[in-house]
Design a protein around this ligand. Structure first.
Ligand SMILES: Nc1ncnc2c1ncn2[C@@H]1O[C@H](COP(=O)(O)OP(=O)(O)OP(=O)(O)O)[C@@H](O)[C@H]1O
Ligand SMILES: [Mg+2]
Length: 208
């Protein structure tokens, strides 16, 4: 059986990742491609419990290392219980965030040790790497003003603007040095973003 493709969506708060999922699902259905969509942190019941631990507000400060390890604990569960079995069954897997977010949030923005993240990634991913990562890039003020309308914000949404700027800069830096990225200008209208995403999906399908 031919393996499925693994596509991840990355980008800062309000860049439109979750919004684009509906378009991606419709495209996969039109093309009769078997797929699952999922998200990080989370994706399985246990990993979603870890997600709530990571994102909820509490009085006790979460140590940066705790956050990093919880992210990778959730990811291990997600990969082994959901992502790998689907890819091996020939399905395409589309994940709203994946390991690149750890390099950017726990690494660049929190000042975590990138070599340590490399070690965790090598251990936990065991070669389960995205075929394509779509980076939804939008200026920080645009992204934050889009999410400001949300009723609830999580622990990471509530970081200062400077944190979100580090996130954007780090993603843009990673695009330059990692060839699995496709840069999507997410400041465009939803229709134009979808059109650019469609080009990427068609490209991947042609190489399948
Ligand atoms: N291209 C766009 N133009 C204008 N508004 C948009 C665009 N894309 C998404 N939005 C709106 O911006 C808001 C945030 O989008 P969305 O939830 O998809 O972002 P996200 O990248 O998933 O954010 P988060 O990382 O916080 O989950 C939504 O209200 C959505 O309707
Ligand atoms: Mg989202």
């Amino acid at each position: 059986m031919r393996k499925g493709k693994f596509i991840t969506l990355e980008g800062g708060e309000g860049s439109g990742k979750s919004t684009c999922m509906a378009f991606i699902k419709a495209w996969l259905e039109e093309n009769n491609i078997e797929y699952i969509v999922t998200r990080e942190p989370g994706g399985t019941p246990l990993a979603e419990e870890i997600r709530s631990l990571i994102l909820s507000h509490r009085e006790e400060k979460m140590h940066d290392e705790t956050e990093l390890l919880l992210m990778f604990a959730a990811r291990s569960q997600h990969i082994n219980e959901k992502i790998k079995p689907a890819i091996e069954a020939g399905k395409w897997v589309i994940s709203d965030r994946f390991v690149d977010s750890s390099y950017v949030y726990q690494g660049a923005a929190r000042g975590g040790d990138l070599a340590q993240i490399d070690q965790l990634a090598a251990w936990v991913l065991q070669g389960c790497k995205p075929d394509r990562t779509l980076l939804f890039d939008v200026p920080v003020d645009v992204g934050l003003s889009r999410v400001a309308k949300r009723a609830q914000s999580d622990r990471l949404d509530d970081e200062p603007v400077a944190f979100h700027q580090m996130v954007r800069d780090a993603f843009l830096q990673r695009v330059k040095t990692n060839d699995h990225y496709a840069l999507i200008n997410a400041a465009q209208s939803i229709e134009r973003v979808n059109r650019d995403v469609k080009d990427q999906l068609e490209h991947l399908k042609a190489s399948f």
